[in-house]
Ligand binder design. Sequence first.
Ligand SMILES: Cc1cc2nc3c(=O)[nH]c(=O)nc-3n(C[C@H](O)[C@H](O)[C@H](O)COP(=O)(O)O)c2cc1C
Length: 192
Amino acid sequence: MRINEIIKSRRSVFTNQFSGEPIPREQIEEFLDLANWAPNHLHTEPWRFQVYSGNGLKDLMSHLAELYKKYTPEEKFSQAKMDKYAKRVDWVSHAIVINVHYDEKGRVPRIEESNAVACAVQNLWLAITQTKDIRGYWSTGSLVYTDDLAFWLRLQDNEKCMGIFYLGKLKEDAIQAHSTRRDVSEKTTWID
Ligand SMILES: Cc1cc2nc3c(=O)[nH]c(=O)nc-3n(C[C@H](O)[C@H](O)[C@H](O)COP(=O)(O)O)c2cc1C
C-alpha cells in the first residue's frame, strides 16, 4: 500500500471485532520500533510503552473495571460497560499503555512531549494498518488520567498516562469500520 492509502484506510477498530488470537511478540516489537522513530524535540524520546497480554492484560482490565466502579456515579453506572472489561481479555491480544515521560530538566514544553507521543502512536497505528488482519484503536476516557491508575502503573511523578492502545486480530466476520472527515478546506486558512 502507498502511504496515502495507508493514511486514509487507518481506522479505529474496536475490541469486539477481535478474535482473541494472539499476535506474535516479534510483530508487536516491530510496531513499537516504528513508533520509536517518531519526531521529538531535543531527542527526549518521551514515549513510554507498557505492553500487557495474558495475565498482565487480565490484571489491567480488572483494575480498570474497579476504577470504573469507583469513579462512576450510580445513576451513570452501566453493567454492560463494566462487563466489557472482562470481555476484552478474551478479545484483545495486547493492550499497550501509552505514557509520556516529561524531560527531567524541563527542557521541552510538556505539550511538545505529548505531541511527540501522539506522533509515535500514529506511527504504530499506520504500521498495523499495513497488515492484513491486525487492527486496533487508541482508548482514553477519564479513568486513564486518574492518580489511581498512575499509581497502579507505577508511573513516576514526571510521567502521565495518555491512554491505552488495544490491538487484536480481526475476527472472521468483523464489521468493516467506516469514518469520514469534513473537507480540509473548512479547516484551512490560506494567507497569500
Ligand atoms: C487521543 C485519542 C483518544 C481517543 N479515545 C477514544 C476513546 O476513548 N474511545 C473511543 O471509542 N475512541 C477513541 N479514539 C478514537 C476516535 O474515536 C477515532 O479516531 C475517531 O472516531 C475517528 O475514527 P477513525 O480513527 O476510524 O478515523 C481516540 C482517538 C484519539 C486520537
